[in-house]
Each structure stands twice: as structure tokens, then as C-alpha cells.
Design a protein around this ligand. Structure first.
Ligand SMILES: Cc1cc2nc3c(=O)[nH]c(=O)nc-3n(C[C@H](O)[C@H](O)[C@H](O)COP(=O)(O)OP(=O)(O)OC[C@H]3O[C@@H](n4cnc5c(N)ncnc54)[C@H](O)[C@@H]3O)c2cc1C
Length: 587
């Protein structure tokens, strides 16, 4: 993690920003070590028991699994909830690049637990950007400290990907609004961690225009705060039921009913009918957070598979005269799986940190041009980090099961849980199909591919810089990255044109296009890592074994992932014919 932040993302770009001083004087390592300790000692031991016990709804009250409430209290008391937030609200003011890394640790240790903090984080971002002064003063200190948590209420039975179809109503009454309606799939919609929950709810006023332009955003607290900020009377909302899910069993996913007794009291954020725009602040933050979950679950699956591969003894070693069976880590195909897991995880991690670093620059950059360029970068990378990293989470967790053989399919090892937990990440926070559409129809289309070309120019720069370094690894990685960047450049130009001329064909190719983008972006991350590793090896600083391993991982990525990337151009741009060939009945 340190290598990704310091050597690949580069701390130089962050040091000049507000809060960036924390990256000087070796403060980063102790922060990550402390967070790692908390994750390993408090959260990770509850991962498997939380999966088995599950969150339950009993007599109208949600109970999280044994130990979770206490872990949350320790988490909040240690100040972990406020890592990236402004000091004036009680936060630590650290860069998002650090907060993203710390977030990865919570998600790796216990995704069912980590989701709660991820959503509170989004609620803080939302209110910081769009809340009134009074709302900020009331809610932000309590959300930043973790005294209260936040939830996100978009989805309704008829309004999933199509948020504009939502029907929850908000009627003006005496300076506030009365909210009535049902939301489904609400993560941590109710729980026993805190005395209050701050629901961020999308609803429609009676005279609102149809579709997504008629949606407003409301703060709907579980308990209405008293003037001095304590939880007061109970609001008219409740968790009706919890979903039985494939994974993340510890995280309560609630059906929420608002206004069964006349209307829940809600407080408008900003102006009416601009709710979806405001909610995007929370969603974009959560999309990066969910991308981080993909990285996190991949890392957990990798660590678990490694331990198993070192201990499981099976078959003699190929090419050895010794007939004794060996640990399976000695078998080339198992090594291929472990190296692939490692190479993919490291690529996705560096890409997610680089998106967080761009977010830091967009928010805390010193000049307007830097902020605008960084914002374009975050906008571009958000769907890629969300979708590509969560697909990697599933792929790596699946390989993790495979490394375990039959025991991977048996719940007691825990490998199966990672696979089950990983599967939600490509679905929520906008499915990966919606992310691909976002990349093609918004992020590429709105600037004609300019931000993508800016990213590509840096990628080519990384390939050229690596080509100047000695050795076969540098040459091979550089050549494969050049080829990938050329392919992505061609695909970007053609996709911009296709999106304008034939939207259905562009949509049919959007997912392979996103995959191509992710593969090349991951290659750029590895190329920078390989250059830094070679420099460290040449300079004799640090642990040579670590740097050689980074180099091998970058080479593995180039040989096994980047090499296949140019083939995706065909699927992205010429694959629509077959995809759209059949009428519905012929499927
Ligand atoms: C465990 C869990 C936790 C969740 N937490 C929350 C939460 O806290 N708050 C909240 O508001 N929601 C939450 N959700 C809801 C989640 O965000 C939605 O499930 C998701 O956005 C997809 O909506 P849907 O399930 O209705 O699927 P649908 O929209 O019905 O999609 C079904 C399929 O069709 C595809 N599809 C739909 N429309 C398009 C299109 N225009 N173009 C291309 N493909 C399309 C989708 O990609 C998907 O593959 C959660 C869901 C789960 C399962």
C-alpha cells in the first residue's frame, strides 16, 4: 500500500495540498500500520462469525452480529471515521489518497462492517457540499465522529438503475416536508451501532416535473434532533424487513417504510428538484468506495489463498526426481493463479489510489486549472475504478476458491465467503453496465474524449520512461503497454464517434471498452511501479526481494492481462452486430 501511494501515485503531487503535510516525515506508514492493527485485531476476527450469524430484524429492531456494535464503538472512538474530513467538523483533514487506503483495510478485514462507514462517509461529503450552514452544524460533527451514521435511500421496487422512476412523495408542511413511500435494499437502513441514523432520501414533491429532473433530496433522521442536537422524538420511519442475501450477511439490507403514520419529517437539502445532482456527490464518493471494496476483497482472497497454497501438500513437483509430494505453491498452474491474483490486485489498488489523489487535487489544488484538470480525471476514472476493480474483486476471489480446490467450495475455509461477498460490488452503486454507459455516453462524450486522451498521454509517457530502464522486463512491459495504449487510443476515437452516431451499438460495446480502459490503466500503474522498483534495485535502497517481486508482478500483468487488451477493441467497436442480432423471442 505504501509503495502504491509513494512510488506509483507519487506523494510529491499531494504534499503541497492542504492536509498533504501528513505525507511528510514518515507519517503515512504509522497511520497505515495503526489502521492495519485495528482491522486485523478488531474487525477481521468478526468477519466469518458475522457471515454465519447475520444481521437480524427482531420485534422491529435490527440487531447486528455479536461483537459488531462494540467494534463500531471502538472504531468511532479511535477517530477512524473522520480521516478525510475537515478539522472544523472534527475530522483529521488527511488526503483522500490516505483515506482510500485506510478504507481498503476496513473492507478487506470485514466488508459487512465496512459498508456502514463507507455510506456515512458519502453522507458527510454530500452535506459538506450541499447542506445549509445549520444542517452542516447539526449533522456534520456527529457524522464525522461516527456518533451517528448515514444511509442512502434511492432504490424503490420500480426504480433501480432508473432512479428517475422513483415515487416516494414529499409534501411541504410548516417549514419541513412529510415523506411517504417505500425504499428497498437500504444498506444499514437500521442497526444498533448508534443512537441515531441520518437517512438521505430522494423523493418527489407533488408539483415536480416527471423523471430525474423532478427529484429532491431530504435529510430524514431516525430520531428528530432536539435544538441542542440530541436524538429527540422518533420519526415516522421503520425497517420492515431485511433481505436474505448471497453475501455481506453482517450488513443489514433493509426495506424501509417512510410515513406509515402520516408522514416522516424530512428536511430539504438545497433546492427542490436538484436532488439527483446533490445525490451524485454521495454516489460518486461511494462509487470510488465500492471500487476500493473490489481491491480489498481481492487482497483478502489473495492472502488466504497464499496461506493455503503454502500448506496444502499434493503431488510431486514437475521436473523433480524427488517423489515426495510438495506444497501446491510449487505447481506452475497454482503459481500462475497466485501471480495473476497479485498482479490484478496491485493494478486495481494503484488505480484506485490514483483516482483518490486526483480527488484530492480537485478539492484542495492551489490553482483553478489544476483543480479542473484533476476533476476531469476523477470523473473519467470513477466508473473505471468502480466497475473494473469490482470485476477484479470477483475474478480474484474466484481464483482464490480455485487455489483451495474442493476446500474452496466448503464454507469453513472462508474462501467461499470472499467470493460471495465480492459479488455484490459489481451490482450496487450503479451496476457495472451502468458504469460502462456512464464512461461512454457521459465521460467520453461530453469532452469528445479529451480527458481520456490526457490519461493516455501519461500512459504513453510511463511506457517511454520504462523503456529507458535496463533489462528484458522493462522492455517487454513497455512494449505491451505501448500496444495497449495505441489500441485504447484508437478505440477511444472510434467510440466517441460511435456514441454520437449509433447509441445502441456503442452501448453494446461499452463494457468491453471499459474493460480495455481498465486493463491499460492498470498497465500504466504497473509500469510506474516497475520503473520505481528498478530504480530502487539499482540504488540499493530497501528490500531487493520486495522490488524484484514488484517487477515480476508487473511483468505478469503485462504478459497475462495487457497482452490480451488490444483484442478487446474488436468486441468494443465491432461486437454489436451479434449482440443485437436476435429478436427477443429468438433468445
Ligand atoms: C446488498 C444491496 C445493498 C444495496 N444498498 C443500497 C442502498 O444503500 N441504497 C440504495 O438506494 N440502493 C441500494 N441497493 C440497490 C442497488 O443500488 C440496485 O440493486 C442497483 O442499482 C440495480 O438496480 P436493480 O436491482 O433494480 O436492477 P435493475 O435496474 O433492474 O437492473 C437489472 C439489470 O439490467 C441492467 N440495466 C438496467 N438498466 C439498464 C440500462 N439503462 N442500460 C444497461 N443496462 C441496464 C443492469 O445493469 C442489470 O444488469 C443495494 C442493493 C443490494 C443488493
Amino acid at each position: 500500500m505504501l509503495f502504491a501511494i509513494e512510488q506509483i501515485v507519487g506523494t510529491a503531487a499531494l504534499r503541497g495540498l492542504k492536509g498533504g503535510e501528513a505525507l511528510e516525515n514518515d507519517t503515512l506508514q504509522p497511520i497505515l500500520e495503526e489502521a492495519g492493527k485495528f482491522a486485523a485485531e478488531v474487525l477481521a476476527p468478526l468477519n466469518q462469525s458475522g457471515d454465519r450469524e447475520r444481521a437480524v430484524l427482531e420485534n422491529g429492531v435490527v440487531r447486528t452480529p455479536t461483537g459488531f456494535r462494540d467494534a463500531y464503538r471502538q472504531f468511532a472512538a479511535s477517530g477512524w471515521n473522520g480521516v478525510p474530513f475537515e478539522e472544523r467538523w472534527g475530522g483529521q483533514g488527511l488526503p483522500w489518497a490516505v483515506a482510500g487506503a485506510v478504507q481498503e483495510l476496513w473492507q478487506s478485514a470485514n466488508m459487512g462492517f465496512g459498508l456502514c462507514t463507507l455510506l456515512t462517509q458519502g453522507a458527510v461529503e454530500l452535506l459538506t457540499a450541499h447542506g445549509s450552514q445549520a444542517q452542516q452544524q447539526l449533522y456534520l460533527p456527529r457524522l464525522v465522529s461516527g456518533e451517528w451514521t448515514g444511509s442512502m435511500n434511492l432504490t424503490e421496487p420500480q426504480a433501480g438503475s432508473d432512479v428517475g422512476a422513483l415515487r416516494t412523495r414529499a409534501v411541504r408542511r410548516d417549514g419541513h416536508y412529510q415523506i411517504t413511500g417505500q425504499k428497498i435494499f437500504i444498506t444499514y437502513g437500521d442497526h444498533d451501532f448508534t443512537d441515531n441514523i441520518v437517512h438521505m432520501v430522494l423523493a418527489r414533491t407533488p408539483d415536480a416535473p416527471a423523471g430525474s429532473r423532478g427529484i429532491s433530496l431530504f435529510i430524514v433522521p431516525k430520531f428528530l434532533p432536539t435544538p441542542d442536537g440530541r436524538p429527540g422524538p422518533r420519526n415516522d420511519l421503520r425497517a420492515v424487513s431485511l433481505e436474505h442475501k448471497l453475501g455481506i450477511h453482517a450488513s443489514p439490507t433493509a426495506v424501509m417504510s417512510f410515513g406509515d403514520d402520516g408522514g416522516a419529517t424530512g428536511f430539504l437539502v438545497g433546492e427542490e428538484n436538484r436532488g439527483l445532482e446533490y445525490m451524485f456527490t454521495m454516489m460518486n464518493n461511494a462509487r470510488l468506495g465500492v471500487g476500493t471494496q473490489g481491491v480489498a476483497i481481492a487482497e483478502r482472497a489473495l492472502q488466504q489463498a497464499l496461506v493455503y497454497a503454502r500448506n496444502r501438500v499434493q503431488s510431486r513437483e514437475l521436473g523433480s526426481s524427488d517423489p515426495a509430494p510438495v506444497a501446491i505453491i510449487r505447481h506452475p498452474d497454482v503459481r500462475r493463479m497466485l501471480m495473476t491474483m497479485r498482479a490484478l490486485t496491485e493494478a486495481a489498488r494503484a488505480l484506485s489510489y490514483s483516482a483518490y489523489a486526483a480527488l484530492d487535487q480537485s478539492q484542495r489544488g492551489t490553482d483553478a486549472e489544476m483543480r479542473a484538470r484533476a476533476q476531469a480525471r476523477v470523473d473519467l476514472l470513477t466508473p473505471i475504478v468502480k466497475a473494473w476493480s469490482t470485476d477484479i474483486g470477483c475474478e480474484v476471489a474466484s481464483l482464490g476458491v480455485q487455489v483451495h480446490g474442493g476446500m474452496g467450495f466448503i464454507e469453513e475455509t472462508g474462501a467461499a465467503q470472499h467470493y460471495r461477498d465480492a459479488r455484490i460490488a459489481p451490482i450496487y452503486e450503479g451496476t457495472n453496465g451502468i458504469q460502462a454507459n456512464d464512461l461512454v455516453f457521459r465521460k467520453l462524450a461530453r469532452d469528445g474524449g479529451a480527458a481520456a486522451r490526457d490519461f493516455l498521454a501519461e500512459t504513453t509517457g510511463a511506457a517511454e520512461a520504462l523503456a529507458d530502464r535496463p533489462g528484458d522486463d522493462a522492455r517487454r512491459i513497455s512494449a505491451l503497454l505501448h500496444a495497449g495504449a495505441r489500441a485504447l487510443g484508437t478505440a477511444t476515437d472510434r467510440m466517441v464517434a460511435l456514441a454520437a452516431s449509433d447509441a445502441r451499438s456503442a452501448a453494446a460495446g461499452a463494457a468491453p471498452f471499459l474493460r480495455l480502459f481498465g486493463a491499460v490503466a492498470g498497465g500504466a500503474m504497473h509500469a510506474r511501479g516497475a520503473a520505481a522498483a528498478l530504480d530502487s534495485l539499482a540504488g540499493g535502497a530497501g528490500d531487493p526481494r520486495f522490488f524484484r517481486a514488484r517487477l515480476a508482478s508487473a511483468r505478469c500483468y503485462a504478459d497475462h492481462v495487457l497482452s490480451a487488451a488490444p483484442a478487446l477493441v474488436h468486441a468494443a467497436l465491432d461486437g454489436a452486430t451479434s449482440v443485437l442480432a436476435l429478436d427477443d423471442a429468438s433468445f
